[in-house]
Design a protein around this ligand. Structure first.
Ligand SMILES: [Zn+2]
Ligand SMILES: [Zn+2]
Length: 345
């Protein structure tokens, strides 16, 4: 059996369009030492492919992190399967808040970490993590008003949605997030810290890191914003998380409340619609309102649009020159903010 996907993006999109059944998006994670990574990778790939599961899965020596799209009619079989695979037998399945086609294919990658904080093994101890609070307890802690709420995600996630009054690190690289949080909380080692992320996986490591750095009262939102939003929906209570929940698939975000916290990176009108630049050589993630999307045809800049429209765009030299231009423009930043590099556009 083939253990990788070799179809083109267009073919995969067409395949998905033709499907006559519904899909549901789930995420799950587990920290558990894995010894035989290629073996477990191949097993999961073939078993999940049999159930027509799509998605993105990271495996590392420390565990598994998965976002998947499951055909509804295979949900029972999937749950049965998780009981059979030792690594998955007690996972919590976080159901997406809004559905839609989230993935076109199944990829399973072997990584150094299941979350990319880039911290060393001696900087945390995954056996000692913050106390888990369910959504109700988390809400109550916020209401008491004593704790500091901390968002441990990337700036482009917090930009479109976050808990009321949360503090968040405005850094470019994911390996700067935890050191920055430590800096922001300096002198607050005895305070109550209320931590949250999308699905709970990042808080495990982030809370452990703070505990190792002498923070004494660290709490974390169990199963993250996704679990919280499902709770709010079910109980019909007012959400303390406002705006959109950024997601790492083709949907790029799930709406939680109608509040719009961010602005279009091009015209600065209210917008929280993330977009990847239509020009694949750029593919920058940025916020673009409807009008700008129309005006720039989904591109981040006039340069990217001009290149797409130019006749010589398939010429190898033009391609190389454009890639060089993008590199120079992005000033070596991995995920630059369009608003910051715009000055040079
Ligand atoms: Zn705009
Ligand atoms: Zn672009």
């Amino acid at each position: 059996m083939v253990l990788v996907n070799k179809k083109s993006k267009e073919d995969l999109e067409n395949d998905l369009q033709k499907e006559l059944f519904e899909r549901v998006t789930y995420s799950f994670y587990k920290y558990k030492k894995i010894k035989e990574l290629p073996g477990i990778r191949n097993q999961i790939f073939s078993e999940f492919s049999n159930l027509k599961i799509l998605g993105r899965i990271y495996l590392a020596k420390e565990g598994i992190n998965a976002q998947i799209s499951i055909p509804k009619f295979n949900l029972k079989k999937f749950k049965k399967l998780t009981k059979k695979i030792n690594l998955l037998n007690d996972i919590f399945l976080n159901k997406a808040i809004q559905d839609g086609n989230s993935f076109f294919k199944l990829t399973i990658k072997i990584k150094n970490e299941i979350v990319a904080y880039g911290i060393n093994e001696n900087e945390y101890n995954i056996e000692k993590v913050g106390k888990h609070l369910d959504p109700k307890e988390f809400d109550e802690k916020i209401k008491q008003g004593k704790a500091i709420t901390v968002d441990v995600r990337n700036y482009y996630e917090t930009e479109i949605g976050r808990f009321e009054n949360a503090i968040y690190p405005e850094v470019r690289r994911s390996n700067e997030i935890l050191p920055q949080i430590k800096k922001m909380l300096k002198g607050k080692e005895d305070c109550e810290i209320l931590m949250y992320c999308t699905g709970g996986i990042r808080c495990e490591k982030a809370s452990s890191y703070l505990i190792k750095n002498n923070f004494k009262n660290v709490y974390q939102l169990k199963n993250g914003i996704v679990n919280y939003a499902n709770y709010v929906k079910k109980k019909k209570t007012k959400s303390k998380f406002i705006g959109k929940n950024y997601v790492f698939d083709h949907r790029l975000g799930e709406r939680i409340t109608e509040d719009i916290l961010s602005k279009c990176h091009q015209c600065e009108k209210e917008s929280d619609n993330h977009n990847n630049c239509e020009n694949d050589l750029c593919h920058m993630l940025f916020i673009q309102c409807k009008e700008c999307s129309k005006k720039y045809e989904g591109c981040c800049s006039k340069e990217c649009l001009d290149y797409l429209k130019s006749e010589k765009k398939d010429n190898e030299k033009a391609k190389r020159d454009f890639v060089k231009y993008i590199k120079k423009r992005n000033k070596g930043l991995v995920k630059p903010k369009l608003t910051e590099i715009k000055k040079t556009l």
